[in-house]
Design a protein. Structure first.
Length: 152
């Protein structure tokens, strides 16, 4: 290829690059601070299906100690410790923070065990129907505690 052929190729490349740059520089951009979502909305119900989250209780305490769930979700507390687990709402010992969980409501007089007391290997599940931050503890070992954050 002679020098005039090379000059034509270089001129064409420069022209294409210039046109591409000009169009790209003119493209609108999202203003700073505006998030652009790549998610496509799904038609129909926007509420997600209720789910179950597991919290493990060991000799070291509850893990994870703090969880965030949605209203209507269930938390299953599993006892993997060498002792008993009795999940109870705050404050100790009355358990009155979450209505329906007071000591007097779930520990009938004359009963050997409350329904939410768990020996090693057993589990207890509770459905959270109220939004808020709910603190809990092991009534059998009040130094072990955590919280469930329930979002709408």
């Amino acid at each position: 290829m002679n020098s005039s052929g090379w000059a034509a190729v270089v001129a064409a490349v420069v022209l294409i690059a210039g046109v591409a740059w000009w169009y790209t520089a003119k493209a609108p951009t999202a203003p700073a601070g505006d998030a652009v979502s790549a998610e496509t909305p799904v038609s129909g119900s926007t509420a997600s299906e209720p789910k179950t989250v597991t919290v493990n209780y060991s000799d070291a305490g509850f893990s994870p100690a703090t969880i965030t769930i949605k209203r209507g979700d269930t938390v299953t507390f599993t006892n993997s410790s060498s002792g008993s687990m009795w999940v109870a709402s705050a404050p100790h010992p009355a358990h009155t923070a979450y209505a329906g969980t007071a000591l007097s409501e779930h520990c009938p007089a004359g009963s050997a065990l409350a329904f939410d007391q768990c020996q090693t290997g057993a589990s207890y599940s509770f459905k959270f129907d109220k939004a808020g931050t709910w603190k809990y503890h092991n009534h059998s070992n009040a130094g072990s505690f955590g919280e469930v954050i329930v979002a709408e």
